[in-house]
Design a protein around this ligand. Structure first.
Ligand code: TRP
Ligand code: SF4
Length: 400
């Protein structure tokens, strides 16, 4: 049972923009170097809000995956797959629905928020209410420990933890658990057994997250344990049941926020986005038209970078020297806004040249993208099948 697994997904919204790159993908690229990463296309999730436009999903999926590859996601390092290709996701969603109280789902902040925001759609559906539970199934399927997500998704990861805890509580009962866990503890050996006990007490008495981490990696690192004993020792840490599903944690990493062309959050639906692979001429035009400090009407008016979205782009794209030049030039009216924008335009175009180059083989030969996803789905399926076997056994569906 890997202790170091990372899982994340994205809804297929089509070609990705710079906000996706700097806000999520760049982080995924880093994570794939250090962890056992699973990244997937959440196409079922797309249907929960776009069930009335099914025709767009297919196109969006392939464009998005090409952008993942363009960003530097490496299929040799991370497992890439498509949610709907593994029926286990739908199956686990249904299994979890049996023991998830309705109130837990109704209380998730995105539920009411989105219903209020997306008024042009009827989101009073069963599927939409279940959105975060489907997400819980995605995460629990791979027994992922870490889920890199944006802040808005943290409540979904918290729900996932609660669902896992309740599931283990309901279905992780085992006759003679304590005795079996004690026997497993003996198998750890004297030194390791003592360390495990120290960690367990520290976690249970003081809630020390580091102690939980320590115990988990100790158990994971003991090759001689059987899978059952491993599950018992992991479950004992968290409160005396076999651990069937693993409680994940959100992985919030410092990411740079790319403003949209109007200074608001970059989003395709706001029409203020720059795509990851956009034609340099179009990038240049968009940037040159981008509004700046509204107080800077004439070239001779000094400006205030703190009221300017271009300044936020400098935070993402410029080094200290360029930033000092821009601030100085702005506040003294020493440079014009077009001068100020040029280094940002150059940096974005340079970044995008790399994306376009990486994407090229996949754009020219779309079959390659299909092959990558086929292979990833196979690898994901091996893990998913094992989890579903355990889940069904625990829920009483393993009978013959
Ligand atoms: N809800 C996520 C989003 O909108 C997408 C998603 C679906 C996801 N399943 C997931 C993210 C599992 C992380 C883990 O961005
Ligand atoms: Fe913005 Fe630069 Fe113009 Fe100042 S000079 S208002 S920071 S674009």
């Amino acid at each position: 049972m890997a202790t170091d697994r990372v899982l994340s997904g994205m809804r297929p919204t089509g070609a990705l923009h710079l906000g996706h790159y700097h806000g999520a993908l760049k982080n995924w690229v880093r994570l794939q170097e250090e962890h056992d990463c699973f990244f997937f296309v959440a196409d079922w999730h797309a249907l929960t809000t776009h069930y009335d436009s099914p025709e767009v999903i297919g196109n969006n999926v392939w464009e998005m995956v090409i952008d993942w590859l363009a960003a530097g996601i490496d299929p040799a390092k991370a497992v890439l797959f498509i949610q709907s290709r593994l029926p286990q996701h739908a199956e686990l969603h249904l299994a979890l629905s049996m023991c998830t109280p309705l109130g837990w789902l109704e209380r998730v902040p995105t539920y009411k928020d989105q219903q209020e925001k997306l008024t042009e759609k009827d989101l009073t559906t069963y599927g939409f209410l279940g959105y975060p539970l489907l997400q819980a199934a995605d995460i629990l399927m791979y027994r992922a420990q870490w889920v890199p997500v944006g802040e808005d998704q943290v409540p979904h990861v918290e729900l996932t933890r609660e669902v896992a805890r309740r599931f283990n509580h309901l279905f992780g009962r085992e006759a003679g658990f304590e005795d079996k866990a004690a026997a497993a503890l003996k198998k750890l050996g004297g030194k390791r057994g003592q360390a495990y006990e120290d960690y367990r007490v520290r976690y249970q008495q003081n809630g020390e997250a580091a102690a939980l981490e320590g115990a988990r990696s100790l158990v994971a690192g003991t090759q001689s344990l059987s899978d059952d004993d491993r599950a018992r020792l992991l479950g004992w840490l968290e409160g005396g049941r076999r651990r069937i599903l693993v409680e994940p944690q959100a992985l919030l990493t410092e990411t740079s926020k790319v403003p949209g062309l109007d200074g608001a959050k970059m989003s395709k639906s706001y029409g203020n986005a720059v795509a990851m692979r956009e034609d340099p001429a179009s990038v240049t035009k968009k940037l040159r038209q981008m509004p700046t400090d509204p107080a800077r009407v004439r070239r001779t008016d000094p400006g205030n970078p703190d009221n300017c979205p271009v300044w936020q782009l400098h935070q993402v794209y410029s080094n200290a020297e360029v930033k000092a030049w821009a601030r100085q030039g702005c506040t003294t009216a020493g440079i014009g806004c077009l001068d100020c924008k040029q280094p940002v335009i150059d940096a974005i175009v340079a970044e995008q040249t790399v994306f376009v180059e990486r994407a090229k083989p996949y754009v020219e030969e779309p079959r390659r993208v299909r092959d990558i996803m086929d292979a990833g789905c196979e690898r994901a399926r091996a893990v998913a099948a094992e989890t579903m076997r355990d889940v069904k056994d625990a829920m009483g569906l393993g009978y013959v």
